[in-house]
Design a protein around this ligand. Sequence first.
Ligand SMILES: Nc1ncnc2c1ncn2[C@@H]1O[C@H](COP(=O)(O)OP(=O)(O)OP(=O)(O)O)[C@@H](O)[C@H]1O
Ligand SMILES: [Mg+2]
Length: 128
Amino acid sequence: MADATIAPPALDIDDLTVCFDTQEGVAVAVDGMSFSVGRQETLGIVGESGCGKSVTALSVLRLVPTPPGRIAGGRVLLDGRDLLALSEAEMRRVRGNAISMIFQDPMTTSAGGSRRIRISSRAGCGSA
Ligand SMILES: Nc1ncnc2c1ncn2[C@@H]1O[C@H](COP(=O)(O)OP(=O)(O)OP(=O)(O)O)[C@@H](O)[C@H]1O
Ligand SMILES: [Mg+2]
């Protein structure tokens, strides 16, 4: 007989929207991203350079540099717990314990470099 208790997905992203406020306007880096990852599951996200893979992962850990970045909407549930609602102190306890990130390029991640910016007037991000 099936267990009446249905466990939440390990990670559940719902309608995540992340913007960067730039001098040229609001750049929408992640636009309504939704996916779920269950226990024992592996998810690969594939897309062209600049499509928002890293910003999505950084958002899950709440490591998007703010400003200029900001999570403009959506939910990030880890084992059913809303990470976007946690205090920074609570989030520090989550990072490295419940969830971690292996950075793509640790030598240059925080060093900037050239970036492709898409300007959008999407209402969900407001104006810069
Ligand atoms: N600090 C920032 N300021 C402005 N725009 C940014 C910033 N960081 C990221 N972006 C923009 O967010 C978008 C998504 O970038 P992201 O780094 O997530 O792409 P990616 O899919 O990981 O690309 P790659 O495959 O090259 O690693 C890009 O358009 C990028 O220019
Ligand atoms: Mg990347």
